[in-house]
Write a protein that binds this ligand. Sequence first.
Ligand code: PMP
Length: 386
Amino acid sequence: NKEMLLIPGPTPVADEIYDALASETWAHTDPRFVKIFERGIALTKEMFHTDGEVYIFAGSGTLAMEMAVVNTVAPGEKLLVVSHGYFGDRFTQLGRAYGIQVETVQAEWGRHVDPDAVRHALAQGGFKAVTVTHVDTSTGVAANLDALVPVVKEAGALFILDGVCATAALEEDMQKTYGAPGYTIDVVLTGSQKAIGVPPGLGIVAFGPRALKARAEMARVPAYFLDIDNWRPVMENPGRYFATPPVNMIYAYRQGMEMVMAEGLPARYRRHEALGRAVRAGLAVYGMRALAGEDVAAPTLSCILYPDGVDDAAFRAKLASKGVVVAGALAHLAGKAFRIGHMGNVTGAMFAEAIRRIGETLQELGHPVDVSSAVARFEAVYGEGR
Ligand code: PMP
């Protein structure tokens, strides 16, 4: 019996993906491997619905953030960071490390950034790009793309979307227009380990035409491994060499993407939306409230505030001993909340069981809660949403 790994990534890995990962390692130039890599790239393009380019490489989400920024914003240029929490703020530090002039608009944790504050910041002029974290993994807030994309596009800046905690669970369609022709997302970056359901190890970045034009207009970028000009020949023909690709991770990713596309994007988005609502509704029966209100809450993970008197370390340790692993909260919420991922290749049955074990944990820690009502509430809300 596998552990239920319900942290905000990595997420539970399906057996088909483990099997792919454990397949024989072929040469990275072997035509059989080249076909697999090509298929992984094609499925990724389909998922993002991009008419641009996709890059898949060894690394974590942070390296993908770095690839997105370094190929679009030159040192000395201006970047606006729209932050809904810890991972939004990471772009500020990353941009500064490259000598980019960074300004940040921050939301109160658990709330949306006010689009007027973004408009106001952009009114200073001269911003090359804006970063938005689709789901901030520290707060469980999903950004409001309908509101933010038009504001950024009116200012003529590139829209860079961090999909690490969203891709394959929330729509990230790079040809969708938000309010006016040409108002589209220019770059989406992500990692393999969250809603795609593959182990950690790959960065994935999709660049739309305007972002590629920005790269073409820079004579050089302050990077070598991350320079997409170095990777482009490989992504066009994976039989070519720039740096050795992680062959087995590409097998696993291809398999993961087959599963994403076989489920179908609309069905997968609906499943995550229903799961998020149901998990929050079920936990509310225990007096456990999500930091993010239902109007801003993410389908992929929730940051859940403890009711009075529940000790974080004791709760998570006891729950882990029952085979359910959740994560602690970050920064000022550490000890006051926990984070539960509900994304990737997971099922309603898994979460009904997780909610039961969470209730039993609370009972054993001396908090009388109604386990069967919570599980019933979860099942009712999940059933309605599917
Ligand atoms: N962005 C978001 C939204 C994330 O959740 C994470 C990881 N939790 C990252 C970026 C960084 O990814 P990684 O830890 O894989 O470097």
